[in-house]
Ligand binder design. Structure first.
Ligand code: SAM
Length: 244
């Protein structure tokens, strides 16, 4: 009786871990966000297992049935189309119900898009906030207004057709000079990491046909006086006492 959350590659099939393969080989059933997408990966790995659909549209209905199956002693693995299940993908409800029902849950470490995007950005990452997708319509302006004073680097998932609109809204809220990055097609053949002030990024992407998957990172507001400095600020002093 157990639920595994198994991260899968975000582009490069070699990024599956040895342990992920072992777990997928060992479980009774694999739950997939899209059985066709995961079927391609499983065939590539030579894994033949019962594969069931588990996606955001049937998540609520399915959770109780899956909990019952695990309580009967079965072990399940949840995979999403790419990356780590539960990160801007279905998974949270199932994890919560398993915990409520004393079913062991284990999320394997593995691919996810926001970590390489954040590290590639070169922006401070000692503290950051993962924002996932901004609301598309209702609540978008409110969310952006809430982020205006954020001092940590912010990480957003975005779709190609909304990138220019989002960069313009970031300029309106954070100003044109705010350092940022756009990572496109991470781990894939045409991976691209563009870094610079928001004004340069919008100028660059305005001249392109934007395709593929994207992560946008935006540096936080400069810490206000009296607040803790970022770890990597120039005037870092390693001799400082913890209490200073
Ligand atoms: N569960 C995934 C994870 O762990 O990162 C995220 C799934 S979310 C539905 C899909 C979004 O992740 C995309 O719209 C994009 O913002 C980001 N993403 C996924 N793969 C990517 C890649 N190869 N390069 C850049 N961004 C990617």
């Amino acid at each position: 009786m157990k639920l595994y959350l198994v991260p899968t590659p975000i582009g490069n099939l070699d990024d599956i871990t040895l342990r992920a393969i072992k777990i997928l080989q060992s479980v009774d059933t694999i739950l997939a966000e899209d059985t066709r997408t995961s079927g391609v990966l499983l065939r590539h790995l030579n894994i033949s297992k019962p594969l069931y659909s588990y996606h955001i549209f049937n998540e609520h209905q399915t959770v109780q049935r899956l909990v019952n199956i695990m309580k009967e002693g079965k072990t399940l693995a949840l995979v999403s189309d790419a990356g780590t299940p539960g990160i801007s993908d279905p998974g949270f409800l199932l994890v919560r119900e398993c915990i409520k029902n004393d079913i062991p849950v284990e999320c394997l470490p593995g691919p996810t898009a926001f970590v390489p995007a954040l590290v590639n950005s070169g922006l401070p990452n000692d503290r950051f906030t993962f924002e996932g997708f901004l609301p598309h319509k209702k609540g978008r302006q409110t969310r952006l207004a809430e982020l205006a004073g954020e001092e940590r680097t912010m990480v957003f998932y975005e779709s190609p057709h909304r990138l220019l609109k989002t960069l313009q809204q970031f300029i309106d809220v954070f100003g044109p000079d705010r350092p940022a990055s756009v990572s496109r097609e991470l781990t894939k053949l045409f991976e691209e990491n563009q870094r610079g002030p928001l004004s340069e990024l919008i100028a660059y992407f305005s001249q392109k046909t934007i395709k593929g998957e994207l992560v946008v990172c935006v540096q936080g507001k400069e810490p206000s006086k009296g607040k803790a400095k970022r770890v990597y600020d120039n005037d870092r002093d390693d001799t400082e006492n913890e209490d200073d």
